[in-house]
Design a protein around this ligand. Structure first.
Ligand SMILES: Cc1cc2nc3c(=O)[nH]c(=O)nc-3n(C[C@H](O)[C@H](O)[C@H](O)COP(=O)(O)OP(=O)(O)OC[C@H]3O[C@@H](n4cnc5c(N)ncnc54)[C@H](O)[C@@H]3O)c2cc1C
Length: 251
């Protein structure tokens, strides 16, 4: 695929922020190039809550329906709060179903749409609007700024081929360990490691059970295994694993 030697805007990073920016720039008719180091979108759920403000931005560039369609149905999303995952005194709350149901201050209430589901939606539309400008498997190696703009060196993941691109603007959407931030000489201060987020994908043998459909709660079993109602169209699962937190990292 041809890599332009000059481009008005170079976006580094094809996560939710970079892909949303590509959609917005295409919407406004601004030529750009997006490079993403990974060969594909995230396999990990990571961010799940898409805020009302994000949905308003998606609404502006015609993406709201697609994102809402990919998200868990609001009628089947509940939040569980308890001392641990088998607390009998748990509290359960839902989210707004639509603008007239508790989300009245916005036409676009937030949704639960995890990053591994959201990114393909954003990427699909970005490619519809600017197919030859979205390059996965290409990473930024370095960038320098001069009076005319930015000079960026890119590298193809597949064969190591390098390209030099001049851009009027370079936008760093390359996450927490940003090469762009480092290239711009922007440091970080303050404490790090403020929290831990355990993620435990639940795959493998699971027995389908009864229960109310679409809940997102874990109920105690005598074995300390749990019943997980995953929402969406998925049936509830009886899980043959202990679900009580086993490490301080869960705190
Ligand atoms: C376990 C977990 C749970 C989370 N839960 C939530 C949540 O519920 N709600 C929420 O809002 N947020 C949540 N987050 C945070 C959320 O994932 C991030 O805020 C979000 O991913 C930031 O999006 P981004 O596009 O800025 O960066 P990223 O998603 O990190 O994307 C940056 C992209 O840049 C690419 N990149 C990096 N360097 C280069 C380079 N040199 N060249 C080219 N590409 C490069 C990376 O491959 C990556 O794809 C969670 C994060 C984790 C880890």
């Amino acid at each position: 695929m041809h890599v332009p030697t000059t481009v008005p805007v170079l976006i580094v990073g094809g996560g939710p922020v970079g892909l949303t920016l590509s959609n917005l720039l295409s919407w406004y008719g601004v030529d750009h190039l997006l490079v993403e180091a990974r060969p594909g979108t995230s396999r990990h759920p990571k961010a799940r809550g898409v805020s009302a403000r994000s949905m308003e931005i998606f609404r502006r560039c015609g993406l709201e329906d697609a994102v809402r369609g990919a998200a868990l149905p609001a009628s089947q999303v509940f939040f569980y709060r308890g001392r641990d995952l088998v607390d009998p005194d748990f509290v359960r709350s839902g989210v707004a179903h639509d603008a007239s149901d508790g989300g009245g201050s916005t036409p676009s209430p937030g949704v639960i749409c995890s990053q591994d589901v959201l990114e393909p939606v954003l990427l699909g539309r970005a490619r519809e609007l600017a197919a030859d400008r979205i390059r996965f498997g290409t990473r930024l190696l370095s960038c320098t700024q001069d009076e005319e703009g930015v000079r960026a060196v890119l590298e193809e993941r597949a064969d190591g081929e390098r390209h030099t691109v001049r851009a009027e603007w370079l936008v760093g959407c390359d996450g927490a360990a940003s090469t762009v931030r480092a290239g711009a000489g922007i440091g970080m201060d303050g404490p790090t490691g403020l929290g831990h987020f355990p993620q435990r994908p639940l795959r493998g043998a699971a027995r389908r059970g009864g229960g109310r459909p679409g809940e997102r709660v874990v109920l105690p079993h005598s074995t300390r295994a749990g019943r997980f109602h995953g929402g969406g169209q998925r049936p509830p699962l009886d899980l043959p694993v202990p679900l009580r937190p086993r490490s301080p990292a869960w705190g």
